[in-house]
Ligand binder design. Structure first.
Ligand code: HEM
Length: 144
């Protein structure tokens, strides 16, 4: 998309995916690449793009309408759209229609265990592992 591309220095402000490629398997095609996010709930998730540089959905549609920011990594299929004002509004309204309320989730009441105590299901959400002054250390594999 070319977000963060500076034509003067011919650099991205943030190298994107390239920065997290494993050392030894850096892929130059990942320079300036960012994960495509969902547009679900987009009306509530601004500002947009990885750097928050586009403040409104209207600005996002303008960005796509002009074919993104020209840069060496721009997808060849991203082109000027020449949308009419009405079409731009329709795209914004479409994204607004994908916005809703998050369903409320109620935690279940669990049956008593062999010790006769009823476990609190919220405990299952707690991350196991030691605590440090900085907070809890995240252990991706519980118990390790
Ligand atoms: C008119 C059509 C499109 C609309 C309305 C649209 C809408 C959006 C929106 C609202 C975001 C920001 C989401 C956020 O920050 O939470 C976004 C980001 C993004 N979209 Fe699209 N999109 C369109 C077409 C495309 C296409 C064709 C591609 C891929 C070829 C694409 C790839 C991406 C990527 C990679 C990002 C993240 C960019 C970054 O963070 O720098 N989008 N899009």
């Amino acid at each position: 998309m070319g977000i963060g591309w500076d034509e003067k220095t011919r650099k991205f402000a943030d190298p994107g995916r390239l920065a997290i490629d494993a050392v030894g398997s850096k892929n130059s095609a990942d320079y300036g690449a960012f994960k495509t996010p969902t547009v679900r709930d987009a009306a509530r998730t601004g500002p947009y793009m990885h750097d928050g540089s586009l403040k409104t959905l209207e600005e996002v549609v303008e960005h796509y309408n002009k074919g993104g920011n020209p840069n060496p990594a721009l997808d060849k299929d991203v082109k000027k759209l020449n949308l009419t004002d009405r079409e731009k509004k329709d795209v914004v309204e479409f994204m607004k229609a994908l916005t809703g309320e998050a369903p409320k989730l109620a935690l279940p009441t669990l049956p008593a265990g062999p010790d006769g105590k009823t476990p609190n299901p919220a405990d299952a959400l707690a991350i196991p592992g030691p605590k440090t002054a900085m907070g809890q250390i995240f252990h991706p594999v519980p118990g390790r």
